[in-house]
Design a protein around this ligand. Structure first.
Ligand SMILES: NC(=O)c1ccc[n+]([C@@H]2O[C@H](COP(=O)([O-])OP(=O)(O)OC[C@H]3O[C@@H](n4cnc5c(N)ncnc54)[C@H](OP(=O)(O)O)[C@@H]3O)[C@@H](O)[C@H]2O)c1
Length: 249
């Protein structure tokens, strides 16, 4: 992969749903997509954080976004159906879906992992991604050029001690990506890929590594070439790939 420079109007008239859009990488992705012309649908747990992103997009005069507060830990299948119905009503369709929200829990040996934390992480990180994809597929299928991106991590490509349900959910996302990519391959209208952002300066990273020098880590904005490439038309034909953001910088 070569470093990627997105055209300023790369995502004009695309409608893109981003989970975990209120903070960290999801916030940076929402702003970058809106800046490049997309109408972004901001889904996340904390309405106040989503409102701040919404206000920033409005303030900059980028396309009108939408807010969808939803706690993925407790959402039921019918909540995901309602999300899809709202998007269809307000935007008439969907061209991109960025799965980004995640709960990393705490780093603990499997022996000491609590069932509560295991179930919560699998619900937020893996089950929610499948339920949201399932609900949105009819909309994405109607798009002429749709892209689904699953955010994963290196610990979902090679198992590492203490990463527990977070690591297992990332392995699950890679499997979900591969199966869906294979199912979508024949029609070629939806491409499905996974992306490992690498180590990034966010709240999640600080919670997992409180003693680390935050300022030495790259900011979420530095990863945006990879996200824009995968969500925009330049990645047409790229399907079923497990990619890393550093390859686009
Ligand atoms: N940072 C890294 O070094 C790194 C490395 C590898 C992979 N990743 C991946 O990158 C993605 C983004 O992570 P990040 O580093 O940007 O973390 P972050 O700053 O903590 O952001 C995570 C986002 O997910 C949302 N979220 C968490 N639980 C949720 C729930 N139950 N319902 C709805 N939304 C929920 C959070 O909402 P609230 O703000 O409302 O809590 C937040 O907006 C994740 O998939 C993560 O696994 C990050």
């Amino acid at each position: 992969m070569k470093p990627y420079t997105p055209a300023p109007d790369l995502l004009t008239s695309r409608r893109i749903l981003i989970t975990g859009a209120g903070d960290g990488i999801g916030r940076a992705a929402a702003l970058a997509c809106a800046q490049h012309g997309a109408s972004v649908i901001l889904l996340g747990r904390t309405a106040k954080k989503l409102e701040k992103v919404y206000d920033e997009i409005e303030h900059r005069g980028w396309p009108q976004p939408a807010l969808l507060p939803l706690d993925l830990a407790t959402a039921t299948p019918s909540h995901y159906e309602q999300v899809a119905q709202t998007i269809e009503r307000e935007f008439g369709g969907l061209d991109g879906l960025l799965h980004n929200a995640a709960d990393a829990g705490t780093l603990t040996p499997l022996e000491h992992y609590t069932p509560e934390m295991w179930f919560r992480l699998m619900q937020v990180n893996l089950n929610a991604a499948w339920l949201l994809t399932r609900a949105c597929l009819p909309l994405l299928n109607k798009s002429a050029d749709a892209s689904i991106v699953f955010t994963t991590a290196d610990v979902g490509r090679q198992g590492r001690a203490y990463w527990g349900a977070y690591g297992v959910s990332c392995f699950g996302l890679e499997g979900l990506m591969q199966i869906l990519a294979d199912e979508c391959a024949a029609e070629k209208r939806i491409r499905v890929n996974s992306l490992d952002p690498g180590v990034v300066r966010t709240g999640m990273r600080s919670r997992l590594y409180p003693g680390e020098d935050r300022d030495a880590l790259p900011a979420p904005e530095t990863l945006m070439p990879a996200y824009l490439y995968l969500l925009g038309p330049d990645s047409r034909g790229v399907n079923g790939q497990a990619l890393s953001a550093k390859d686009f910088m």
